[in-house]
Design a protein around this ligand. Structure first.
Ligand SMILES: [Zn+2]
Length: 231
């Protein structure tokens, strides 16, 4: 399927916003946030500290009287510099461009599948700065197969889960993890759409280098094409 057609398929699933976070929190309580290297506010605290991040996100939400901050697709970010996991090779290969959407909300919050799904795989990705507990769901729409990835979950979310397990759209699949299990971040869901998993199991790159961006952005389109959180 051509990338243009996959984009249209995702876009046509719903005209209304779709919840991947506890649906009792209305979309009116969401606000966009920029955590790219262009946000100068990020120079005012230690971005390597999950606690300092938490305070920054909390202040941002309080200031705007909102409950969920979201954004980040294709943002170029500095935060990944803290972990060698993203920068094992030379600088040209630095992985710092974000391929999903992040939704910043309290640990323990329910995570929902946006579509009917079966569990493709799950894994605890424990590198410093990695996803921690992660679930990948498989969806089939109009006979097209694609995947959604949920990162930074609680450990309980992957205990007792089974490959092939079915979830109906809107069902709770997990809860959000805290900094002690989620790769050491302020609590947030990393949600990513993936067309071709390329044989990955329970994991898939959530950031890429500039060099590989063209390939990755075709395989991982903007999650907001499906979720429509900007409306
Ligand atoms: Zn993310």
């Amino acid at each position: 399927m051509k990338s243009k057609d996959f984009f249209a398929l995702l876009n046509n699933i719903s005209t209304l916003p779709i919840h991947v976070i506890d649906a009792t929190i209305p979309i009116s309580q969401y606000i966009a946030i920029n955590v790219s290297e262009n946000n100068i506010d990020l120079n005012t605290f230690n971005v390597s500290s999950s606690l300092a991040w938490q305070e920054y996100i909390d202040r941002y939400l309080q200031k705007h009287h909102k409950k969920i901050a979201f954004g980040g697709y294709l943002e170029q970010r500095n935060i990944y510099k803290r972990s060698t996991y993203f920068n094992q090779e030379n600088n040209e290969e630095e992985r710092n461009i974000h391929l999903g959407v992040d939704l910043w909300v309290a640990a323990g919050t329910k995570i929902l599948t946006p579509l009917d799904a079966t569990v493709h795989s799950f894994k605890n990705n424990t590198h410093y700065g990695d996803y921690g507990p992660t679930i990948i769901l498989k969806h089939i729409i109009n006979e097209e197969e694609f995947f959604t990835l949920y990162g930074h979950l609680s450990v309980a979310s992957i205990q007792g889960l089974k490959v092939g397990q079915y979830f109906k759209a809107g069902e709770c699949i997990a809860t959000l993890g805290d900094a002690s299990v989620n790769g050491d971040y302020a609590p947030h869901l990393h949600f990513q759409i993936i067309k071709d998993l390329e044989n990955n199991v329970g994991d898939y790159p959530g950031v890429c280098s500039k060099k590989n961006l063209d390939r990755f952005k075709i395989n991982c389109p903007d999650p907001n094409t499906l979720l429509k959180l900007n409306y």
